[in-house]
Each structure stands twice: as C-alpha cells, then as structure tokens.
Design a protein around this ligand. Structure first.
Ligand SMILES: [Zn+2]
Ligand SMILES: [Zn+2]
Ligand SMILES: [Zn+2]
Length: 326
C-alpha cells in the first residue's frame, strides 16, 4: 500500500514471506514513480497484521487486509483460525454480492445447457426465413445489431421493424445496413464487406497515440448518439439491458481494444477525461471500457481505413481478451 501522505509503503503479506523490499525492487519502484518524486524520503513499514496458517485462505486475508486499511482499522499481529477465516469469507462474499442485481448473476450450468438447446432449435427454423438476421454476415461473429439474444426469441433493437440489406459485390454475402455501417442508396453501388480488403492491424497500430483516436467533439458526439440510439450498438444495448444476453455480454467485454494494454489504458484515460468534461455526472469507468472504448475504436477503424462496420467489428472480435485492471 502506497501512502502518499505519510510517504510510506506498507507491506501486507499474511504468510510473512516478504516483509521487506529488496534494493533491486526498490530501484524499480523508484523508477516507476520517477515523475512523482521517485519515492524520495519514503520509508518501508511492515505494520501489525493478521496472519495466515493455511495455504488456501490467501484471498480472504487479502480482502481483509484491504478492508482494514481502507476503514483505517488497527489490527494486531495474530494468526487467524480456520473458523475466523470462514466468518471473514462469508463477510466478504456478502459485501461483494450486496449491490448485484439478481439478473446479472451468470447463468448456472443447467441454465446454460437449456439456452444452448433452445438456440439450436431456433436456428433450425430461422435458416429457412430469408429475412432472418441469421443471414447477416455479422451474425457469424455475433455482432449483428438485430440478432436474437442467445437462446431467446427477443432481438436486439426490437423497435426497428424494417430491415434494409446490402450485398457484397465480391462474395455475395448480405449485411444489414446498420451492421455494414452504411446509409443511403446502395442498390446501384458496389459494396465490399471486407473479404477482398486485407487490413494489416499491426501496421495501423504503429505509432498511433491516444490523441489520434477521434477528436474530442467526435467522442462527445459518439457518446450522445449511443445514448439516444442514433448509432445502434449491441454493447450499449447490453449496458442498458444487462441480463438480456449474459454470455454475449461477457464475450463483448473481452474484445474491446485492438491495442496493447498500455496504449489502451491511455486511450481509456483520454475518453474518461473528454466525457467527464462534457457531462455533469461522473462517468462509470466500466461504461467507458465496455461501450465507449470499443465503439470509438470501431468508428476510428472505419474512418481511417475506409472499411465497413462489420470489418471493424471483426478486427475487434479477433483480438486477444483484454483484462480490465480495475
Ligand atoms: Zn494462495
Ligand atoms: Zn445484421
Ligand atoms: Zn464480401
């Protein structure tokens, strides 16, 4: 724990394996904090704390140590018994579940199986219906804006009743206008879904800075358009209807960036800064990572590379899962 007021590092290790910081590690930390004083004049303390006597309750001890620090509770050096750990585990679990909506709980294994079976059945009948969203190219990567929720009859953006379709000149695949990200008249124009356009993601990412991803006003417009529904987004829909498709929500949340973790963090910081300046209420950091970040990148990918929305989504969905450090 870094206490910037007292200029002290407090070490917590319930197993008492690491009670000091080696010179080598200290140099590393000084380097990390070089722009904020380099930990000059700091001390390292190993305060009195609860000890662990087993090898399974690490998590319980970590949560307890954090809670004691945050709530400024003085604790004594004492070894916790199995019973004490059990009580603490229940306490932390209760705290964590307190503000969770019942519908936000992940489905059980049995529920998942039932959903899968229903999904297979529904797809069987849909394949024969020519206006079904199952024929949208975006369906294959689960980003179609009018697809059904997994294993349910209800569709995303149910208020849109009439679908317009555009066909790829090269591969003859079909996409909804919104899934392709096109408007206007395409009946006599060539449309390319991306099957014939190779995009080198690595090359696009080279030398890109957080400030290059849209302008401040474009970011504000994007947020407003997502809120009003002027721009359709499944991520936004799932943000508003969290229990609508939990498995898809999880999948989307793992594919929110085409950049490495470091660049992604700086982009997130920029989005937070821009949006908190425009609004009166503070922005939920998860709203940024789950909705604004991927949608901003999709818009940026579309405009800088002249590719359709489907191809931008495809690039995003192919990335390795991003771990939100928060
Ligand atoms: Zn452990
Ligand atoms: Zn579609
Ligand atoms: Zn195509």
């Amino acid at each position: 724990v870094f206490d910037f007021k007292a200029k002290a590092i407090h070490i917590y290790d319930s197993l008492s394996l690491y009670c000091i910081i080696s010179d080598e590690d200290m140099n590393l930390l000084r380097n990390v904090f070089r722009s904020s004083g380099g930990l000059d004049g700091w001390t390292v303390v190993y305060p009195p704390q609860w000890k662990q006597q087993d090898s399974v309750n690490c998590g319980v001890l970590v949560c307890s140590a954090v809670e004691n620090v945050v709530k400024q509770r003085e604790s004594m050096t004492e070894a916790l018994t199995v019973n004490q750990c059990r009580t603490l585990r229940l306490h932390h679990a209760t705290q964590m579940l307190e503000n969770v909506n019942p519908e936000d709980f992940p489905p059980t294994k049995q529920e998942m199986l039932a959903i899968k079976q229903k999904e297979v059945k529904l797809q069987g009948t849909e394949i024969k219906d020519t206006d079904s969203s199952i024929h949208c190219l975006s369906w294959r990567i689960r980003t179609c804006l009018f697809q059904r929720a997994t294993g349910k009859n209800s569709v995303f953006h149910e208020h849109i009743k009439k679908y317009k379709w555009v066909q790829c000149t090269a591969c003859k695949s079909w996409l909804h206008f919104e899934c392709a990200g096109v408007t206007g008249d395409w009946a006599s124009k060539d449309f390319f879904c991306g099957c014939s356009i190779h995009v080198d993601v690595k090359k696009i990412m080279e030398g890109v800075h957080a400030d290059d991803i849209l302008t401040d006003s474009e970011i504000k417009d994007l947020e407003r358009n997502l809120q009003t529904g002027h721009i359709l987004s499944n991520r936004m829909y799932l943000w508003k209807h969290k229990g609508f498709d939990p498995s898809l929500r999880k999948r989307y949340s793992e594919h929110v960036t085409v950049f490495d973790d470091m660049t992604t963090e700086t982009i997130i910081q920029r989005l937070e800064r821009v949006l908190s300046l425009s609004g009166t209420t503070s922005v939920d950091p998860h709203f940024i990572t789950d909705v604004i970040l991927p949608e901003a990148l999709i818009q940026w990918l579309q405009t800088t590379n002249v590719i359709c929305r489907f191809q931008a989504e495809d690039l995003l969905m192919k990335t390795k899962p991003f771990i939100d450090n928060e």
